[in-house]
Design a protein around this ligand. Structure first.
Ligand SMILES: Cc1cc2nc3c(=O)[nH]c(=O)nc-3n(C[C@H](O)[C@H](O)[C@H](O)COP(=O)(O)OP(=O)(O)OC[C@H]3O[C@@H](n4cnc5c(N)ncnc54)[C@H](O)[C@@H]3O)c2cc1C
Length: 378
């Protein structure tokens, strides 16, 4: 791995200049030149390759401390990097769940053995992670999950059904929330596990999305063994841990990766229909909203270390901002784009239908803002 200087040794501007130089030649030509024309398999292979390229270039897990295999930078550098990556239309790797959700969790709440075992292959791009929280009867009402982990010699046996599990088809590992204490009340009956997806008893069934892509799957666990040392935190502490993971999911790094795709779509729109006077107002509005998103991202960067209301508010505001902006960009693209880009916009428009649902629906984000932040009555 090429070593990039730690944050304290380098200004943000110097970091950005170095990253921009690196990005100028790092994106695989096959990805850059065939955007919108690659098959799902080709695209996945290039996304995997991108994870390795990031590692070799020293840009994997930028805000993860160096002792855990990351870049040792702050969130500011991570966000700047994603913005620059968006400009050159870099791919989104397959290791997003691992790097943005599992790594911060293991650093805050994992054991030294868990960090040593799981972080290096994640940073190298060798191991893909997925997140097994949602179930058919438990999405917004996550506390209602029914997957059970019952006590067995040296650990637990996991049985249940997860759904909408992104990256499950590619994953070697899964972060699973399960009930371990059926006699305890809501919020005290759950635990969090690190599950090896290569074990017998795991069935993964693809789910095709409206866009035609297969980004997620249903995952069934049938008496799958999880060792005690693969539980994160205490037995019964799963709810608190899940809330920390969800805050990271809505926070700065995740939103920055979304900004990348939104900016790239908006630039495509400006390049193709930017000279049409009847669209000038709508395009200006979208451009201003993209700038506001970038500005809001910079604000979150300053607050991500606080587990208080300011961070929660920023995370929920960000989630609503980027998801609604992306939906509006793709809607305008679909309505106005020239014939040769229709397939791209059809796909992006349909993909963007999901963004107000995942990471907690926008209705739930507005509930959080109104109840927990503004203190309005339920
Ligand atoms: C593309 C995609 C990828 C996903 N990836 C993952 C993943 O990797 N791992 C994972 O665990 N999950 C994943 N999910 C699942 C996602 O987190 C859930 O779909 C989401 O939390 C909503 O849950 P639900 O689908 O059960 O809908 P429900 O909770 O049944 O909600 C249905 C509707 O009711 C509304 N609603 C529900 N409760 C309230 C309320 N209290 N107040 C106001 N409105 C309410 C919702 O906003 C929604 O519009 C993914 C989903 C999508 C679409």
């Amino acid at each position: 791995m090429t070593t990039v200087m730690a944050r304290s040794e380098q200004s943000l501007a110097a970091f950005a200049a170095e990253a921009e130089n690196w990005l100028a030649t790092a994106v695989p030509a096959q990805w850059r030149d065939n955007r919108g024309k690659l098959t799902g398999e080709e695209s996945d292979a290039l996304r995997r390759e991108w994870d390795r390229i990031l590692w070799e270039g020293g840009y994997s897990g930028l805000s993860i401390p160096r002792e855990h295999g990351g870049g040792g930078f702050g969130l500011a550098e991570e966000v700047v990097f994603h913005v620059l990556a968006g400009k050159v239309q870099a791919p989104d790797g397959l290791t997003r769940v691992g790097k943005t959700l599992v790594a911060p969790l293991l650093i805050k709440s994992g054991s030294p053995a868990q960090r040593e075992k799981y972080l290096p292959p994640m940073m190298r791009g060798d191991e893909v992670w997925c997140q097994g929280f949602s179930e058919p009867g438990a999405g917004s009402d996550l506390a209602n999950i029914q997957t059970r982990a019952r006590r067995a010699e040296g650990g637990y046996l996991l049985t249940g059904q997860k759904v909408w599990t992104s990256f499950a088809q590619h994953a070697q590992r899964c972060l699973v929330l399960a009930q371990t204490r059926p006699d305890e009340g809501r919020y005290r009956n759950l635990s969090m596990f690190l599950v090896d997806m290569s074990q017998p008893g795991i069935t993964i069934s693809d789910i095709k999305q409206i866009s035609g892509a297969v980004h997620f799957a249903e995952v069934r666990f049938d008496d799958v063994f999880v060792a005690d040392e693969d539980r994160v935190g205490d037995d019964g502490e799963g709810w608190q841990i899940a809330m920390r993971v969800l805050a990271d999911e809505r926070g700065g790094v995740e939103s920055a990766t979304r900004y990348v795709e939104i900016r790239s779509d908006l630039d495509l729109l400006l390049a193709t229909v930017g000279d049409r006077p009847e669209l000038a107002g709508a395009l200006r509005d979208l451009d201003v909203r993209a700038e506001l998103l970038r500005w809001q991202l910079a604000k979150v960067v300053d607050r991500e270390e606080d587990a208080d209301a300011a961070f929660q508010r920023s995370a929920s505001v960000l989630k609503v901002m980027w998801s609604e902006l992306w939906q509006d960009v793709t809607r305008l693209g679909l309505d106005t784009a020239p014939h040769e880009h229709r397939e791209h916009w059809r796909y992006q428009y349909l993909e963007a239908r999901a963004v107000s649902i995942y990471s907690g629906t926008n209705e739930i984000q507005r509930n959080i803002l109104s109840e927990r932040i503004l203190g309005l009555p339920r």
